[in-house]
Design a protein around this ligand. Sequence first.
Ligand code: UDP
Ligand code: MG
Length: 154
Amino acid sequence: MERTLIILKPDAIQRGLSGEIITRFEKKGLKIIGMKMMRLDSALLKAHYSHLTDKPFYKGLEEFMKSSPVIAFALEGYECVNSVRIILGATNPREAEAGTIRGDMSIGTGRNLVHASDSTENGEKEVGRFFDDNELFSYDKSEYIHIYEDFERK
Ligand code: UDP
Ligand code: MG
């Protein structure tokens, strides 16, 4: 089972889209293993977006990400990092497929509603960066036999 970090960015909070976005991941069958509202600070954002700190848009991105609280959550599921990125859609929402969260609900690249980890390695790293061990929950989800075959549930 992989883990991936989701952040509902300030635009999702301000536009009242949190519920609809969470619902899409729940309907997929993914398990929420931790969730919290947080205000992000510069240090956390610099670590999280370390691949972008030298880009011209970074300052605006950091200011935006600090502009209101966000909701962070961790999802667990079989090969979930890739499937969550597919549900999320392309970084530029104007190129995101219809049916994806970004494709259906957003327009600006800097206002694309949701962060999701982009690799298995980053999924583990980012969940660890945003959540302490005691904020993550291990529990059985009763519907799993209707979501996964045995070999996918390992
Ligand atoms: N971003 C931006 N302008 C750009 C590229 C990225 O504002 O030209 C923002 C955008 O909000 C994006 C975030 O920086 O979601 C992180 O960029 P990344 O390339 O990691 O895209 P993502 O993984 O979010 O699809
Ligand atoms: Mg990214």
